[in-house]
Structure formats: structure tokens, C-alpha cells
Design a protein around this ligand. Structure first.
Ligand code: NAD
Ligand code: UGA
Length: 477
């Protein structure tokens, strides 16, 4: 067995594979890191000379790519060669919710993970440590092992030998580089002490040893799902209290501060918002629900499913509330949407609250002008299932012609011209600096600002003679 790793291959160049491997390459210049993906377009973007074109926007990522790319960090579509040369392989592919068949709508679709295991079985040589980086249901390591063991038994390559480890990733988008460089903990689950030690050695190049936790493989897989479930649960909890604040005259920020001062509760992850988005919270909780049902724990399943149901309810609650405040109808009304990413500092829109809220408003006939500093219009088209209609931007038209259509906006001030409402759905810093007096002059009266992120200044909006709805604020609504 190798005591130290010289050549890593990561399968999957996505939001996890890309940044994670960039940081490993940066912290371990002696290790050669190859990131491979079947998506040629994505790989080309990772290799683009213009660092603004990297497929993922993540603060600080461009600097590391510039420093390490084509030195000890390579992006390619060449799976066979890179797998065969690697002594450690990270599986970092997508594990979305199954769309059909048994467990549809809840269980994770593991076809990409299985495909990886088969590729590893086919191409790897000698002793290889296979690391689960993707978030996986408990017991997935068994599936991977079964495929690898079958290969050992039946292939002609008699030198093949494997160990499988679970090493879930806890980075959050928008802060990925900081989270990878200064993690709260690194979790490594496995059976073989020697293999765990080899992976530990890599992380200990920059992570204090006391932060590297070792568990059995099933605890590690389950801990990742549990962490996301607990985090998402806090958001549904605070959003449920936000609705109650609006009904009672309380303010959710004050309630959050009061409860967050209790060290047992803690102050993080208590920001009321438009509901959690992102590719993982919903999918990982639904996975937990599926697993609980599978093991006959129906009450446990129901408990966790409520976190997702409340999140859905909350997003539709915001759409309904906008319609109600705009005199009961948004048909033919111009509404500016500020923010389409699921959170600030990322270009990722997966499960963004903006998708559901925009779809609801379009369904009601609103004309949406959508702004986001990092999301491309073609991504919005994909998410809304509706083409952008650039005709809307022509001056002096009748808005009723464009009921249920949307267009992309680069300039917030121009887009507010004739608008009935501005809805802030992502907490981009630039939205906190908007000149509301200038905007107010352009909007049609009565005009509304809906702040689902508590990011605008209440005083400045009210001074500009705009009506304001702020999430969880019962003092002003
Ligand atoms: P992603 O969709 O951005 O990237 C996955 C990549 O894997 C894609 O580029 C895809 O083309 C590639 N791929 C799929 N099958 C392949 C195969 N057989 N061979 C080569 N390439 C293949 O996904 P992501 O957001 O990076 O998430 C990956 C995993 O990490 C998921 O399990 C997710 O739950 C978990 N995770 C994600 C985050 C996050 O912030 N996005 C954080 C922690 C954990
Ligand atoms: C989340 C976890 O935070 C990561 O630890 C985990 O690795 C990752 O999921 C994953 O497994 O994919 P991420 O989804 O990137 O990370 O971003 P978060 O910061 O957790 O935000 C998720 C959603 O919750 C966003 O829509 C955000 O706006 C919302 N949120 C977050 C709130 O509404 N309020 C808060 O207080 C915090």
C-alpha cells in the first residue's frame, strides 16, 4: 500500500469537484491532480484563458486556478488515462433526486455514481483508494464496493485492489474557498485504518489534526445528510416564525437575535428569507425521508418531510402576498425581480426560491424584468421553462400585450421605469446600496418594495415614499 498519494483523479468537475480539487492542488503542490468530466463544454470553460469564463463563480477561485492550473492541476475529459494513473480517486458527481421508478421524487439517483464505480473498475490499476465526495445515501459504499470487488474477481487485471472511504463535503457555495481552506471539520469514514490515514495525511497539510474526524463509513454517509437536514430545518423554523411575526406585530430579526444569544441555539442560520434553495437541502432531506421510510420509520420520515413542505408553502406565501398587496392582481403589471441565484456570491440557480416565485407571478400574468449580477439569461430561460421576450423593453408599449412574459435587465434603475413593484429575492450586496429616491421617481404609484432578504434600508425606502413589505416584519406590514 502507498503511504502517500502522488496522483489524484477527481471524477466530476462541478461545484464541488472543481473548487475542492483546486484547494487540494494548492495546498499539496507535490500531488498531481486531474479533474475529469464527461461534459466537454464544462471542461473547456475550466481551461479557458479568460478566468471570468470559469463555469463556476466562487470568490477566490480564479486566483487559485491561475496559480495551479497546468502546473499540478489539470481539467480534462480523458477519463481512462487519468483513472488508470491515479492512486486516489474522488467521486464527485451529481446525485439528484430520482425522477422516475422506485423512490421517484425522494431517493437519490445513483446512476452517475454507479457509472463512476464501473469506470474505476475498468481502468484503475494496482492499489486505489476510492473516496466518496458526493453526498450519498447510507450504504452506498456497499454498492461501490460490490462493483469494485466484482471487477477484482472477474477481470484479468489481477493487481487491482481497492479501499472505499466516505469523505463528504461541507462547503457552501459563495464561501467555498474559505470553507475549504478553513473547514470546521473534515470527516473521513472507512474500515481500513491505513487508507483513512493516507487521506488524513493529505488534509493535515492545512487542517489541524483535531479537526479531522474519523468514523465508520455509515456514520460518515449519514452525518452529511443529517448536517444538511439540521441546517435546512433551522431555515424552515425561522421562516415559520417570520410568518407569525408578520401576523402579530413582532419582528423576526429581533426574535432571531433573542434566541440566537442562547449559546445552545447559536446565532447562525437564523436569517429569514424567501425559503432555502440550492441543489442539496431539498434533495438530501427527501433522501433522508426515503431512507427513513425504507427502514420502516414512518414518523421520522414525516418529521423531516415537513421541513421541505414548509419551505414550499413559504415560497408560495410570498407570491400570494405580493399579489394581494398589488391590489389583488398582477396581470399586465411590471414587476422587477432583483436576484435569481439561490443565494449571493454564486451563479447557481438550482432550486432557487426565485424560480417558484417568478413562475407564480408569470402564471398570474405579471410582466417580469429580472436582474442578477451573475446569472445568465439563458439559465433563467431554462429554469422558468420560458424564453426571454426582449420586445418588452421597447418604450411606450401596452403592458397587457406581454402578460406572463419576462426579460433580462442589466440596469436596476432603468428597469424600474413604470414598475409597480420591486422584489428583492437574493441578498447581493449591490441591492443594499440602491438609491430608492431615484427609483421611486421612475415607478408607477402606488409602488411597492418587497424585501425577502432584509437587505434594504427601511428608512430610505419609506423616505422615498415607497410602500415596503419586509420579510417577518410585523411592525411595518
Ligand atoms: P454538479 O452537477 O455541479 O457536478 C457534477 C459533475 O459530474 C457534472 O459536471 C457532470 O457532468 C459530472 N459527471 C456525472 N457523471 C459523470 C461520469 N460518470 N464521469 C465523469 N463526469 C461525470 O454537482 P455538484 O454541485 O458539484 O455536486 C456533486 C455532489 O456533491 C452531489 O452529490 C452534491 O450533493 C454534493 N455536494 C454539493 C455541494 C454544493 O455546494 N453544490 C456541497 C456539498 C456536497
Ligand atoms: C449547504 C450547506 O450550508 C453546506 O454545508 C453543504 O455542504 C451544502 O449545502 C451541500 O451539501 O450542498 P449551500 O446550499 O451552498 O450549502 O448554501 P447555504 O449557505 O447553506 O444556503 C442554502 C439556502 O439557505 C440558500 O437559499 C440561503 O439563502 C438559505 N439561507 C441560509 C437562509 O434562508 N437563511 C439562512 O440563515 C441561511
Amino acid at each position: 500500500m502507498n503511504s502517500s498519494i502522488k496522483n489524484i483523479c477527481c471524477i466530476g468537475a462541478g461545484y464541488v469537484g472543481g473548487p475542492t480539487m483546486a484547494v487540494i492542488a494548492d495546498k499539496c503542490p507535490e500531488i498531481l491532480v486531474n479533474v475529469v468530466d464527461v461534459n466537454e463544454e464544462r471542461i473547456n470553460l475550466w481551461n479557458s484563458l479568460d478566468l471570468d469564463l470559469l463555469p463556476i463563480y466562487e470568490p477566490g477561485l480564479d486566483k487559485i486556478i491561475k496559480k495551479r492550473r497546468n502546473k499540478n492541476l489539470f481539467f480534462s475529459t480523458e477519463l481512462k488515462d487519468n483513472i488508470s494513473k491515479a492512486d486516489m480517486i474522488f467521486i464527485s458527481v451529481n446525485t439528484p433526486t430520482k425522477k422516475k421508478g422506485v423512490g421517484a421524487g425522494k431517493a437519490s439517483d445513483l446512476k452517475w455514481v454507479e457509472a463512476c464505480a464501473r469506470q474505476v473498475a475498468k481502468y484503475s490499476k494496482g492499489y486505489t483508494i476510492v473516496v466518496e465526495k458526493s453526498t450519498l445515501p447510507v450504504k452506498t459504499a456497499e454498492v461501490i464496493k460490490t462493483i469494485l470487488e466484482a471487477s477484482q474477481l472477474f477481470s484479468k487485471k489481477k493487481d487491482q485492489q481497492f479501499d472505499v472511504l466516505s469523505n463528504p463535503e461541507f462547503l457552501a457555495e459563495g464561501t467555498a474557498i474559505n470553507d475549504l481552506e478553513f473547514p470546521d471539520r473534515i470527516l473521513i469514514g472507512g474500515e481500513k485504518k491505513e487508507a483513512i490515514q493516507v487521506l488524513t495525511e493529505i488534509y493535515s497539510k492545512w487542517v489541524p489534526k483535531k479537526k479531522i474526524l474519523h468514523t465508520n463509513i455509515w456514520s460518515s454517509e449519514l452525518a452529511k445528510l443529517t448536517a444538511n437536514a439540521f441546517l435546512a430545518q433551522r431555515i424552515s423554523s425561522i421562516n415559520s416564525i417570520g410568518a407569525l411575526c408578520e401576523a402579530t406585530g413582532a419582528d423576526v430579526r429581533e426574535v432571531a437575535r433573542a434566541i440566537g444569544s442562547d449559546s445552545r441555539i447559536g446565532s447562525k442560520f437564523l436569517d429569514a428569507g424567501p425559503g432555502f434553495g440550492g441543489s442539496c437541502f431539498k434533495k438530501d432531506i427527501l433522501n433522508l425521508v426515503y431512507l427513513s421510510n425504507h427502514f420502516g420509520l414512518k414518523d421520522v420520515a414525516n418529521f423531516w418531510e415537513e421541513v421541505v413542505l414548509l419551505n414550499n408553502w413559504h415560497q408560495h406565501r410570498i407570491s400570494k402576498l405580493i399579489i394581494k398587496k398589488l391590489l389583488g392582481t398582477v396581470t399586465g403589471k411590471k414587476i422587477c425581480i432583483l436576484g435569481f441565484a439561490f443565494k449571493a456570491n454564486t451563479n447557481d440557480t438550482r432550486e432557487s426560491a426565485s424560480i417558484n416565485i417568478c413562475k407564480d407571478l408569470l402564471e398570474e400574468g405579471a410582466v417580469l424584468h429580472i436582474h442578477d449580477p451573475r446569472v445568465e439569461p439563458n439559465q433563467i430561460e431554462y429554469d422558468l421553462g420560458k424564453k426571454e421576450n426582449k420586445e418588452i423593453k421597447k418604450k411606450n408599449h401596452n403592458y397587457f400585450e406581454f402578460e406572463g412574459h419576462w426579460c433580462f435587465e442589466k440596469d436596476i434603475v432603468n428597469s424600474s421605469d413604470g414598475a409597480d413593484a420591486i422584489v428583492v429575492l437574493t441578498e447581493w450586496h449591490e441591492y443594499s446600496k440602491i438609491d430608492w429616491t431615484e427609483i421611486s421617481k421612475k415607478m408607477r404609484k402606488p409602488s411597492w418594495v418587497f424585501d425577502a432578504r432584509s437587505i434594504v434600508s427601511t428608512l430610505k425606502v419609506l423616505e422615498a415614499n415607497l410602500n415596503l413589505w419586509k420579510i417577518g416584519d410585523g411592525t411595518n406590514n
